[in-house]
Unconditional design. Structure first.
Length: 97
């Protein structure tokens, strides 16, 4: 069994220290990275991001940038010894128009 993304798929993740939150840092960085990754000669055709359902701040960032919510990945992630659901978001070149 192989654990990896399909060719042409990359994953975006971000974390902002508390004192720098609510300043648009994650949104700006995600937008710049998304534009570069999907328009440059990177071979990336799709960016994915997973976020915990309770993390409304990260959900807002992804949706402002243009990521589309695709659904819930049940029992996808493991934190502190427990399996947890995450929301799956994606960004493709046509989302950047």
């Amino acid at each position: 069994m192989t654990f990896r993304h399909a060719p042409g798929v990359a994953e975006l993740g971000f974390w902002v220290i508390e004192r720098k939150r609510n300043r648009g840092v994650a949104e700006r960085a995600s937008l710049l990275l998304g534009r570069w990754a999907l328009s440059a000669d990177t071979g990336i055709a799709r960016l994915e991001a997973t976020v915990e359902p309770w993390n409304t701040a990260s959900v807002r960032v992804l949706e402002k940038v243009g990521f589309a919510r695709e659904g819930v990945l049940r029992s996808y992630a493991s934190w502190r010894g427990a399996r947890n659901d995450v929301l799956l978001y994606s960004l493709i070149p046509t989302d950047l128009s």
